[in-house]
Design a protein around this ligand. Structure first.
Ligand SMILES: [Zn+2]
Length: 215
């Protein structure tokens, strides 16, 4: 039998520790693999499309924003939504969001989900900001060198009232970025990003987990 590793959107492997440590009577494996609508989850040879996924040309894709859940016994893959039940966020929580705007000293972020707090209930959390002073530990001359529109960001909440986020820790920062020239997902190239399609080089405040899809 194959193992139950989960192919990631970027085509990289995930560690296999979910396979061995689940309870015997529970065949459903959770993971921290975070997906956006349209992200590739696996092939139809590996998985059947479950809740909040769809099949297209031999692949299973995420229909919503959320985390991947695999039922290994039934080979069924589904996506558990983060956005349907916005959690009660607390200071120090780690959130995933998308950059929707850049100004001189601020990046505007729409929060898509929070790590590890999906069971908490509710109010509406929408947007947040990263101030230029909270981007990284070094001085930031131009925030546009650190973030790009549509980037997926992992950040820590430092101020709940004003919904201010911080990305200065190594594991915080940009998790996924699209080429500003051709919209292809960029890959890490030394300390920068390179577009595999057109070769464009861009800079970001990268999270250590860039491109892994693991939050
Ligand atoms: Zn490109």
């Amino acid at each position: 039998m194959d193992d139950s590793s989960i192919p990631l959107p970027e085509g990289q492997g995930i560690t296999n520790d979910t396979a061995g440590n689940t309870a015997d009577n529970n065949a459903t494996n959770g993971s921290d693999t975070f997906v956006l609508p349209g992200d590739f989850i696996g092939t139809t040879e590996e998985f059947r499309a479950g809740a909040q996924t769809y099949e297209k040309t031999g692949g299973v894709y995420a229909a919503i924003t959320g985390t991947v859940r695999v039922n290994t016994a039934r080979r069924l893959v589904s996506v558990i939504p983060c956005t349907d039940t916005p959690p009660v966020l607390e200071r120090g929580d780690v959130v995933i969001g998308q950059i929707v705007g850049l100004r001189d000293s601020l990046a505007m972020v729409t929060i898509a989900g929070a790590k590890g707090v999906v069971d908490r209930e509710i109010p509406n959390v929408g947007s947040a900001v990263v101030h230029v002073s909270n981007v990284k530990r070094a001085y930031v001359k131009d925030i546009a060198h650190e973030f790009g529109i549509f980037d997926i960001l992992k950040a820590k909440i430092i101020d709940l009232n004003n919904m201010r986020l911080d990305t200065s820790e190594p594991e915080m920062g940009v998790m996924k970025a699209l080429c500003s020239n051709c919209r292809t997902a960029m890959v890490r190239h030394d300390s920068k990003l390179k577009c595999p399609e057109c070769g464009r080089i861009e800079t970001r405040k990268l999270a250590t987990g860039y491109g892994t899809g693991i939050i």
